[in-house]
Each structure stands twice: as structure tokens, then as C-alpha cells.
Design a protein around this ligand. Sequence first.
Ligand code: ADP
Ligand code: ZN
Length: 189
Amino acid sequence: HHGYIEVVIGPMYSGKSEELIRRLKRAKIAKQNVVAFKPAIDNRYSDEDVVSHSGVRIKAIPIKSAKEIYDYIDENTEVVGIDEIQFFEDEVVDIAMELADRGIRVIAAGLDMDFRGEPFGPTPKLLAVAEFVDKLQAVCMVCGNPAHRTQRLINGKPAKYNDPIILVGATESYEARCRKCHVIIKDED
Ligand code: ADP
Ligand code: ZN
């Protein structure tokens, strides 16, 4: 078998999970041995599934560390899917490479940028070493153009650059935005 790495990146709502699920479902239709994973922290809709914002889903094993992938694969595994790749440690890159070297098709999906528009976790490294990269765009919630960034909103207003990741008592949300409509408020502004 011929292994390789495919990465699907883009902002929130760009259809990364949908695309990952589509590829994994097609591999299952081809009777391939497929296993999907996601970080255990991502329990937005279901603990045991990858679920897209449009509602399509596939079974996925929640794992705390990418090393746990080895506990669920064997010599029969042909395809490994990993969603929300940005939440894993950098070691996920080495693990994806090793799986591909073993002949496994690795399909990873995740955010390439955080809400500040900066490279997010291991994703940039993974796409550098991948055979195939698809960068998806969402629809900008302000102007309707293609959106490649994710806007973080705190109580409906653009988040500040240094706002903590967890804000007790605040209502936090995210929207897809284009370069023009994406707002980052730095403290010195
Ligand atoms: P991601 O994994 O990239 O966050 P999903 O696959 O979960 O994306 O969801 C994609 C779906 O989200 C689209 O098919 C569409 O139904 C819905 N959606 C909601 N808001 C937007 C938006 N601003 N742009 C594009 N799709 C959106
Ligand atoms: Zn816009």
C-alpha cells in the first residue's frame, strides 16, 4: 500500500469537517479499513462522532494525545482521519508521517489560523510535509465574500488580541470573515 498525508484547512464554517467526513465515507464505501479520531476536548455536539455544522457525522474516537492513535490501529488499517488537528501537540506531525510511511492514507482537517489570524499549533507544520493540501473558504458573515479567517466575538464585539482563551461569564462566539472584515484589536490601539 501507498501511504500519504492529505490536509484540509480553512477557518471555522469552511466545511473542513464535512470534507473530512465525505472522504472517510467514500473510503468506507470502497471497503477500506477506516478509523477516525478527534481531540477529546472537542465535544461540541457529540462525544463519539465528528459532526459538521451542517449535521453530517461519522464515528470518531476521542483521544487526549495523538500517541493514542497507535492503540486503535493495526496492520489492517488503511485510512486514518483526524479532525481538529490544531488542538494536538506537534508530535501529531511525526505520527502522521510514520503512519504514511507504513502505507496508511492519513486525512487531517483543522484550523490553519487562530482568531488572531496567526498560524495555529501543528497545522502549518503538517501541511508543509503533506502530499496534498486543500484550503477551504467559508462565507464572510459581514460582506458575503469568501472568508479565510475566523473572527472571535466577546459579547458580540471583536475580541482583543490578548483576551484570555477562557472568559468566565462572557458570551463568546466565532464567525467566518474575510481579510477586510476581520478585526483584531491590539492593546496599544
Ligand atoms: P468546519 O469544520 O470548517 O468548521 P463544517 O464542516 O463543520 O465546517 O460546517 C460547514 C457548514 O457550515 C456549511 O456546509 C454550512 O452549512 C454551514 N455554515 C454556517 N455558516 C457558514 C459560513 N459563514 N460559511 C459557510 N458555511 C457556513
Ligand atoms: Zn468580508
